[in-house]
Structure formats: structure tokens, C-alpha cells
Design a protein around this ligand. Structure first.
Ligand code: HMH
Length: 220
């Protein structure tokens, strides 16, 4: 029969944590229309800072991909890096629209923790298999979370639909599925210790994403 990929097995094994990362009360509040707009603005401005850091991470995945013997995935990874240019413009525009002054925004603790995690992956010793798997799960948490906000029956406020479409769209989902296929193929050919590191990184991303939603939605 058809064997499920490694990443699908991890999603099953760590289902509870995956649900906590993708159905966080903050996301549920967007979908049911009860979201606190000051929390949304906090998320928006913190995520802008996250994405600025994410550029360097994705560039390092691209570099590892180019050095990898099988670099047939280069176009997909390159597309992901390139799309962040438009994303940063989108953020600046959105932040303006919500009346947030970026000059007064500095990264909160959970964001800084995530930055440190991302920076650790730029080291050349980290393999492409581990880095691309990490890339996949980071994108997938957003795809699944914001996709939920635009699924049938949502009461998402119209002014938040643009945000939800950015990561919840069919196109972004296809891109995440491409990353998943790449990750599964790399993991199938990776040594056992790399597979173990990739699974640890997968779990860490889920924890960091939960922390990021917590940071955005809590007043403290
Ligand atoms: C915190 N995780 C966080 N921010 C994002 N923009 C993404 C994932 C997806 O790119």
C-alpha cells in the first residue's frame, strides 16, 4: 500500500500539540468574530518583526538547498523567499491601516525566543533535511490556523479577511504541500540522527507557535 510520509506520522503522534498550535483561542476568536482588536494589532506588529527575521532563515534554507546534491526543489524554496518581499510590504501597509507606529514596537519575549531558534538553523552544520522540515511546519501552522478562519461557517470580521486569505488561501496551501513533499523526501533519505533532530525541531516549532499566539492575545 501507500506509505504515509514521516511528517504526516508526526502530525498524528503530536496531534494534541498540533491542535493547540493551530486552534489556539486567539485564532478561534478571529473565526468566531469575537477577537480583541488590540490583541490583533499586537499580533500584527509582532509578526512583522518575526517575518523580518524569517527572511534570513528562509535564505539559509535556500542556501542549503542549493548546496544539496538533489536541488530540484530550488524553485519552490526560492519562490518562498521571494514572496517575503511582497509580504513585508503587505505588513507595512496593514500596520499603517491599523494605526500602529512601528517605531514604538519592539519584539516581546516569545518573539525573541523564536528569533533565537531561527538563528540556530543558519549554522552550516544543520542539514538541509532538518532545515526544510522546520520551514515546512512553520508555514503549515499559519496555513492551517488562518485557513480555519475562512472555512465555511466563519464569522471572521471583514477587516481581518485579508490577513486570513494571505495564509489561508488555496495557493498558500499548495505551497505548504510542496514543502511537505520536499521534507518527506529528504527525511526518507536522511540518517536516523537527522530524522530525530527534525522531529525535535517540529515539536519546538509547535511550542514556539503556541507561545507566539499567547504573547499576542495576553495583556501582559
Ligand atoms: C509566528 N509563524 C509566525 N509567523 C509567520 N508569519 C509564520 C509562521 C508563517 O510565515
Amino acid at each position: 500500500g501507500v506509505e504515509a510520509g514521516t511528517t504526516a506520522a508526526w502530525m498524528e503522534r503530536h496531534r494534541q500539540m498540533y491542535e493547540r498550535a493551530t486552534r489556539h483561542p486567539f485564532i478561534v476568536s478571529i473565526r468566531d468574530g469575537t477577537v480583541d482588536l488590540s490583541a490583533f494589532k499586537r499580533w500584527l506588529s509582532q509578526d512583522y518583526l518575526f517575518v523580518r527575521e524569517f527572511v534570513a532563515f528562509t535564505a539559509s534554507v535556500l542556501l542549503k538547498c542549493c548546496k544539496h546534491e538533489d536541488n530540484s526543489d530550488m524553485e519552490i524554496i526560492l519562490g518562498g523567499v521571494a514572496s517575503l518581499s511582497d509580504e513585508l510590504s503587505w505588513f507595512k501597509n496593514e500596520v499603517d491601516r491599523w494605526g500602529v507606529d512601528l517605531a514604538s514596537v519592539s519584539p516581546l519575549n516569545s518573539n525573541l525566543e523564536y528569533h533565537r531558534f531561527l538563528r540556530s538553523f543558519t549554522e552550516p552544520e544543520i542539514s538541509y533535511a532538518v532545515a526544510v522540515t522546520t520551514f515546512w511546519i512553520i508555514e503549515t501552522v499559519y496555513q492551517d490556523s488562518f485557513g480555519f478562519c475562512i472555512e465555511e461557517g466563519n464569522k471572521t470580521p471583514p477587516e481581518l479577511m485579508g490577513t486570513c486569505q494571505r495564509w489561508g488561501s488555496a495557493g498558500f496551501k499548495q505551497y505548504c504541500q510542496s514543502l511537505q513533499r520536499i521534507a518527506d523526501r529528504c527525511l526518507a533519505n536522511a540518517p536516523a540522527d537527522a530524522v530525530k533532530s527534525a522531529e525535535e525541531a517540529f515539536i519546538q516549532v509547535l511550542e514556539l507557535e503556541i507561545g507566539f499566539w499567547e504573547m499576542s492575545s495576553s495583556q501582559s
